[in-house]
Design a protein around this ligand. Sequence first.
Ligand SMILES: C[S@@+](CC[C@H](N)C(=O)[O-])C[C@H]1O[C@@H](n2cnc3c(N)ncnc32)[C@H](O)[C@@H]1O
Length: 210
Amino acid sequence: MRIRQHVNPLKSDLLDIADVPRIEVEAGRALEVELGAAEAHFLIDRAREDAATAFVGVEIRRELVEAVNVACAAAGPANVRSVFANMSVDMGRLFHDGSVRRFFLNFPDPFFKRRQHKRRAINPGLMAEIGRALAPGGELYVQTDIFALALDAMAALEADAAFASAAGAWTFLRESPYVAKSRRERQCETEGVRVWRLLYTKVTAPADRR
Ligand SMILES: C[S@@+](CC[C@H](N)C(=O)[O-])C[C@H]1O[C@@H](n2cnc3c(N)ncnc32)[C@H](O)[C@@H]1O
């Protein structure tokens, strides 16, 4: 199967995906979500550590979504699924308010060219949607090897009263708090590339936001 390397999330058909599901989990079951999950290596690692939690990957390349779901249906883990959706526009359709324990944004696409910066997923609007969907005390973990993207995420989160940094204001984590690794994270380790990591906790309910 041919899988495209990159897609433009602002392409008209990707701004209006017809069959975006509402993510529902059984009462009492926690939900963790990776935005831009690709092959879902990170979520599959997480699921092997924690069979009680539901893990959902959101991915804009439909071929990858299908490949993850076929592989997990055949060989597990049974608590991982991937959904075809655009995190830049579909958060409201995907997630109930306060329904997610953790969001992971592992190595979001950099779109290096200046004229493509508008395609980047990290912006205050996405952070506000993540804050809405997180449960009180829930977490957002971001990691990237692109310093400008790490700073964009940190600036948006520091400006949002719903979030507090686990490492202290304007401070990166020293290392990953997770055993799980994404595919890009493993590649960075192999190549000795520095990774910037942020962990923010939701400290206010949506109604309390200033
Ligand atoms: C650089 S890859 C990182 C993949 C994986 N998280 C990792 O760390 O190995 C970024 C992924 O985000 C996906 N992506 C980019 N924009 C997206 C969007 N707006 N909504 C959902 N997925 C998106 C891409 O298709 C790609 O699979």
